[in-house]
Design a protein around this ligand. Sequence first.
Ligand code: NAD
Length: 491
Amino acid sequence: MLNVEELLNKVEKRLFIGGEWRDGSAGETYDVLNPATEEVLATMSSGTREDSLAALDAAHAARREWERTAPRTRAEILRRGYGLMQERKEEFATLMTLEMGKSFTEAKGEVDYGSDYLLWFSEEANHFFGHTNLYPAKGNRMVTVHKPVGPCLLITPWNFPLSMATRKIAPALAAGNTVIVKPAKLTPLTMQYFVQTMVDAGVPDGVINIVSSTSAANVSEPIMEDPRLRKMSFTGSTPVGSSLMELAAKNIIKVSLELGGNAPAIVFADADMEGAVAGVKAAKMRNIGEACTAANRILVHESIAAEFTEKFVAAISAMKVGNGMDDGVEVGPLIEAKAVERMQELVDDAVAHGGTILTGGKAVDGKGYFFEPTVITGASRDAKVFREEIFGPIAPIFTFSSEEEAWEMANDTEYGLASYVFSEDPDMMYRASDNLEFGILGFNSGVVSDASIPFGGVKASGLGREGSREGMLEYTEVQHIGTRDPYQRVK
Ligand code: NAD
């Protein structure tokens, strides 16, 4: 049985810059809380602007040697990192449950998902080709190469403390880049332990640096104002992503943005009922509803709405709420007190817009930031639960009467990340693809994340893709070499 105190002692609380663990230069610290108990788990060093620039110095200094390291060597380090993460699965999962709240089962799932990026990109590192060709009309040859982009700043959110970072770090390193990671201050411990693990896997000094801080701007501003930075990849909310994009404009820094979502889950009249209930539940309740891919608006054909709602309410109300470390718990606490207040505000607003609460609807008394899994029907489209990202365990059900109306309702949002469709008509997959303005479509599936897929959104949900070969291209610049062809081509 894992000893939690020993584990917490083992995790480094300091910054990691140029291969050295060090305190923040101003000596400031901040506490990390357990959202299930409100107890302090650890006290972290907080980085200053000077520390952030020192991390950029280190990433810049290590850049050339890492670029020139053989792809196979880079791949082997990532592969060793993957192996160590698998060996340390219980430790990583415990840290995630303690600092973020998700159930231990889901946390172990995230270790698999997050470590898979290391495995996938360790393979990709060895098979990453450019191409060669002739200029079609002239006597020249072309060689196209994908070069590492240069030092990268990687900013990650608290909801998936491991996988949102590994899906940036693994392709960045595989492509030959050095990185500075800034984890969310609510959940830094998982990433600290990941960096320790990568050091054990043999990552050279300066290739990975980590600076967490009470002030996100202490990290992002000085680094992004410095022209040595060449790439910024951010996962988080749309307003912060937008402000970082403005900051990136000054030095024309390449950006990838994985932002908020407002996913529709459309259940057509011909859907397999049991499959749809299970699929929508998975899409809605994964990670306590705190997922960018979470089914935010459940759109059900009016002819099956009563049956779907009854079965869905039964499934949601049976979910066990509690401390994620306890056996059988499926719904842990929300990340902080503010999030509980926001859930209450959303429920009250939905009721004010004609909604009826069928289960849940309020915070759980006692310690910890718990909110009951909630299902609401009948709210109008002006309600915040239709218009805004919920990011918690509230499932609003709306009805539609025609396919056209379903597409129109689904697209009525500024977001465009995930969408879900449940139907037994195989043609519906292509009709949905043609009509839905989203980067991801789950067809009869509530699970859409994997290292092998190009994950990302359109509209206010972001720019660029993570995972798959596309995820690696985000960390490269294309260079074209034009060279003389020795032969006279016949025209
Ligand atoms: P957030 O935008 O508040 O924070 C994300 C990260 O940005 C954190 O590390 C935070 O410290 C940092 N940050 C905040 N202000 C900053 C600033 N001015 N400059 C630089 N960094 C700053 O988001 P959050 O609450 O941590 O995460 C939830 C959001 O993330 C939701 O909107 C969710 O949809 C989105 N998300 C998107 C994806 C995706 O793949 N599209 C995945 C997970 C989460």
